[in-house]
Write a protein that binds this ligand. Structure first.
Ligand SMILES: [Zn+2]
Ligand SMILES: [Zn+2]
Length: 81
């Protein structure tokens, strides 16, 4: 299976094992777990941890699965993602 999407090398370690997450629009290095985004207008993604709230940055322990909405929800700010 070949990658049809051209991904950049890791900005941290230079690894080519970089995965693009289309859902959140960021790149993640499979080698050193560095996450970054090419979206200049949303610098928050640079330090984005997939388990933390993308809105208020609450820790992953505050993220719950809302089965009604079928979405993850932040207990702190009620952000759905
Ligand atoms: Zn890396
Ligand atoms: Zn939140």
């Amino acid at each position: 299976m070949t990658e049809d999407l051209k991904t950049p090398d890791c900005i941290e370690c230079g690894s080519r094992q970089v995965r693009h997450d289309p859902e959140f629009g960021f790149y993640k290095c499979e080698n050193c777990s560095t996450v970054w985004s090419n979206d200049e207008d949303d610098p928050d993604y640079e330090e984005y941890d997939s388990d933390d709230c993308p809105s208020c940055g609450a820790d992953s322990i505050h993220i719950v699965w809302d089965s009604m909405e079928e979405s993850k929800r932040c207990e702190i700010c009620d952000y759905m993602f």
